[in-house]
Design a binder for this molecule. Structure first.
Ligand code: TRP
Length: 344
């Protein structure tokens, strides 16, 4: 029998992480600050699965399946361009993983409609989307589907934005009900990991940078688009002259510098000077522009190269999805058997 090397053993014991993105458009610097940078770090220490969540994207985009389809490649390109390495990380496509859909259907019987309606994430999102009484059933039920995503991989760590913690809580409720019904621990509970830099505000000063609000800087943005966005960035309406004291709080330029400036000492000095008065918006914007050009430049180049090699990108998604399929198929069978259902 072949002995496992130390590294091999370490590899086997790495905790499993599942996270992912709805495929609704190319990713932006808010995704980079909030999640992509952390994922790069997880690639060696954890077994990392990234889900291209196209089925979930459809829950509030049924009117735009074409956008959801196109965005699968866009998001995959973004992953690869920032340095997600398909040899270490599994990139997989939600709609092509039948065990996720099968587990979703099972889990829907272990959650009530009232509980789904009470989920704070869902409540907020329903309000934000203005669904009124016309809530798509798929949307209301997506917490059960996300529970299926997470548990199918037996992920114990789920890095997500703060707005998603209620979904992880609901996942764990379902896990406990399944395990209690089975009379044994089939599924592990998952822990949400919230990024240090929470979320980046939009360039317009709105709480959240998002493509749909048109206030984002894409990871594929051209140099001119980056400069234009930085120039238009919301700073402080009362900071009219350079000598006026300015506000750092709520200032989008400083929020971005907090996330991307690698020289915190200089940044702190600049903040102090800005607050005292004497530091103009032009200076802080120029600094941010330089930093973002340096961050996005190589990503844009790499992304353009990859976009030329469609077959490679397809192959990455296809092989990742295949690997994820066998993995999630095992979990589905364990759940079906554990619940004591008929197995052919
Ligand atoms: N809900 C996540 C988002 O809005 C995407 C997602 C789908 C996800 N399934 C997941 C995240 C499972 C973490 C784990 O982007």
């Amino acid at each position: 029998m072949r002995r496992l090397s130390f590294l091999g053993k370490m590899k086997m014991n790495r905790p499993t992480i599942l996270t992912g993105d709805r495929t609704t458009g190319p990713l932006h610097i808010g995704h980079y600050a909030g999640s992509l940078a952390n994922r790069l770090r997880y690639q060696d220490s954890h077994e990392l699965f990234l889900l291209l969540a196209d089925t979930q994207a459809l829950t509030d985009n049924a009117h735009a399946p074409e956008k959801v389809r196109r965005s699968v490649i866009e998001v995959a390109l973004d992953y690869l361009a920032v340095g997600i390495d398909p040899n270490r990380t599994t990139i997989c496509l939600q709609s092509h993983l039948p065990p996720l859909a099968e587990l979703s259907m099972l889990y829907l019987n272990f959650v009530t409609v009232a509980r789904l309606e009470r989920n704070p994430t869902i409540k907020d999102e329903i309000r934000a989307r203005g669904f009124g009484r016309d809530i798509p059933a798929g949307f209301l039920c997506y917490p059960a589907a996300q529970a299926a995503d997470i548990t199918a991989f037996k992920a114990t760590i789920v890095p997500v934005g703060e707005d998603q913690t209620a979904l992880i809580e609901q996942t764990n409720e379902i896990v406990r009900r399944i395990n209690a019904t089975a009379g044994k621990t089939i599924l592990p509970e998952a822990q949400a990991v919230i990024p240090q830099f929470g979320r980046l505000p939009g360039v317009d000063g709105k709480a959240k940078m998002s493509k749909s609000s048109g206030n984002a800087i894409a990871l594929s943005a051209s140099p001119e688009a980056i400069s234009a966005a930085v120039k238009a960035m919301f700073t402080d309406l009362t900071h009219l002259r350079i000598e006026d004291p300015g506000q750092v709080e709520g200032n989008v330029v400083f929020a971005c510098l907090d996330a991307f400036d690698e020289d915190p000492a200089t940044l702190e000095e600049m903040k102090a000077q800005y607050q005292r008065g004497g530091l103009g918006d032009g200076r802080i914007k120029r600094r941010l522009d330089d930093i973002l050009q340096a961050l996005i430049g190589p990503i844009r180049t790499r992304r353009a190269e990859l976009a030329e090699d469609h077959a490679y990108v397809l192959d990455v998604i296809r092989s990742g999805t295949e690997k994820a399929r066998s993995r999630t198929e095992v979990t589905k069978r364990e759940v079906v058997e554990g619940l004591g259902l008929f197995v052919l």
